[in-house]
Design a protein around this ligand. Structure first.
Ligand code: NAP
Length: 508
């Protein structure tokens, strides 16, 4: 039997029946608090303001907005999703420099959009929300500045790749050179002409290696697991292209739609069907890339993964194979034994002497808004509800936690669809629920336990057909080995989030 995600019920697709019960009811003035000023949080603030919600506050623990694009400033940082697709639908950008733009450009873009739409004015910077307790129909918040605030609706947009995964390497603290995580790049540390080690072979590491290999005296890449590499052409947009985009924005809209269609057909939907012909195309492309670009047969075998292409999050790079074959590069596949004051010693006894050690070891992607303490009615603690693993109804709400919604929360299409588009879809859905609160249909709502359990069961079952369960370790997998992602097609994601099915919610 084919399991599909919950569909929009016929009743809720019809013209809103509930409106007649509340006609004449005064609209509630809602206070809405958003947590996190990354791409999702900024978008939420803009959409809410456009929808007529003006009592909106956004708490950001850092002193600058931008989320992952603020945190990741490592050499070579770029987005591997085409920029005209990795943009807000309401803010096309004619000035993208290339098809896949560098991180600094994306950060400047989100800062500009936030300023143009006035979203930056509702941000309280350097203030972390530490506690949220639902009491008497509202969320009571406490922040790191010991401010008390209230919210009728809480929107959590704290990101997925946010909490650092720091490796437990013996002797790490004894290292006498500079050592930092890829998402905390220390720009005061010189790398030119020095000996640099990079731990990890994910998207971040690969971009760092390509960017540094010609600048350093030696680059040692410590690989625990080889990665499949998808080749990439990164065309530059000419001044003429940009002028065309500027004078006729419809060109960008059309281009975005074309990119989205191809991205979904060729990648997003391919990876959720492990037997699909499109997945085979990806597999052939990556295999061919390895065979044709890596010339030394011994190095090629050390770079060859032992699992299926796209089982781990696919690494996309125009030049990693060229970089790792340069004289200054060294691929180290012997496991790390320990870190010593002057470098990294591998199990074969060799000491790799280093001046700088970069930990490109990824993120704890199951943390979400934690360590924020979230306490629902009757003292229900979110951290306890999520003690085994985080989960959410339709990726955005948790039973027992009313009027709390998440952007890029658990179980979304996190690795196979742009998170900026995911967040916009989620926000359109959430906005419809918020309108019910504003219009007096109810004072509080949260998904029912039964709807959430049915969704989760269907999700876990469908996950078995994805490429993510074909035999690799990855950050997609939860403690049971189940991918913590959306296992259906993107069309099903759009359909499920088109309109809330109120029969899945408890309205109070
Ligand atoms: P990642 O994909 O999780 O990769 C972490 C790497 O560190 C892996 O190679 C892992 O090895 C290694 N590692 C972790 N702990 C280790 C240990 N104790 N000893 C040795 N090696 C260790 O992290 P990431 O590269 O930062 O990327 C995270 C995600 O961010 C990506 O999957 C992607 O979704 C996103 N990202 C996107 C872009 C973009 O262009 N859009 C760029 C960068 C990142 P194992 O494989 O053996 O676990």
């Amino acid at each position: 039997m084919r399991v599909v995600p919950p569909r929009v019920s016929r009743a809720s697709q019809a013209s809103p029946e509930w409106r007649k019960h509340v006609s004449g009811t005064a609209q509630r003035q809602l206070r809405i608090v958003i947590v996190g000023a990354g791409l999702s949080g900024i978008m939420a603030a803009i959409k809410l303001q456009k929808q007529g919600y003006h009592d909106v506050v956004l708490y950001e623990k850092a002193d600058r907005l931008g989320g992952t694009w603020r945190d990741n400033s490592y050499p070579g940082v770029a987005c591997d999703i085409p920029s005209h697709f990795y943009s807000y639908s309401f803010a096309p950008n004619p000035d993208w420099s290339r098809q896949y733009s560098p991180g600094a450009e994306i950060l400047a873009y989100v800062e500009r959009v936030a300023a143009e739409h006035g979203a930056d004015r509702c941000i309280r910077f350097s203030e972390e929300v530490t506690h949220c307790t639902f009491s008497d129909g509202r969320w009571l918040l406490t922040t790191s500045r010991e401010r008390n605030d209230v919210a009728d609706v809480l929107i959590v947009a704290t990101g997925v790749t946010h909490h650092l995964n720091l490796p437990k390497l013996a002797g790490l603290s004894s290292f006498e050179g500079a050592c930092f995580h890829s998402a905390r790049w220390d720009h005061d540390v010189a790398v030119d002409g020095r000996r640099v080690g990079v731990v990890g072979t994910g998207s971040s590491a690969v971009q760092i290696v390509s960017a540094l290999v010609d600048r350093v005296a030696k680059l040692a890449l410590f690989q625990r697991t080889a990665q499949w590499i998808m080749p990439q052409d990164n065309a530059v947009f000419s001044a003429e292209d940009k002028q065309t985009f500027r004078s006729d924005p419809a060109v960008m809209t059309k281009m975005r739609a074309g990119i989205a269609r191809r991205f979904i057909e060729r990648f997003s939907d391919a990876v959720v069907d492990r037997g699909s012909a499109q997945l085979q195309v990806i597999e052939d492309t990556c295999r061919n890339n390895l065979e044709t670009q890596v010339h030394d047969p011994a190095l090629r075998e050390r770079l060859r993964p032992s699992y299926r292409v796209a089982c781990k999050r696919l690494v996309i790079s125009p030049d990693f194979y060229q970089a790792i074959q340069k004289p200054s590069a060294q691929l180290v596949t012997d496991p790390i034994e320990r870190v010593e004051p002057t470098g990294v010693r591998t199990r074969d006894g060799e000491l790799h002497e280093l001046d700088v050690l970069v930990l490109a070891t990824g993120f704890r992607t199951d943390r979400f808004m934690r360590p924020m303490q979230v306490v629902g009615p009757a003292g229900r603690v979110l951290d306890e509800v999520w003690s085994s693993r985080p989960s959410a109804y339709l990726t955005l709400a948790v039973p027992g936690f009313p009027n709390l919604f998440m952007l890029n929360g658990p179980n979304g299409p996190v690795g196979n669809f742009p998170l900026i588009e995911v967040a916009e879809l989620q926000m359109s859905y959430i906005a419809q629920l918020i309108d019910l609160l504003r219009d007096g249909v109810c004072r509080a709502l949260s998904p029912s336990q039964s709807a959430s359990a049915a969704f989760e069961n269907a999700r876990v079952q469908a996950a078995q057909n994805t490429v993510w369960t074909t035999g690799c370790a990855s950050w997609y997998l939860d403690d049971r080995g189940v991918p913590a992602t959306w296992p259906w097609t993107i069309a099903q994601f759009y359909a499920a989030l088109a309109k809330p099915d109120l029969s899945a919610y408890e309205l109070v």
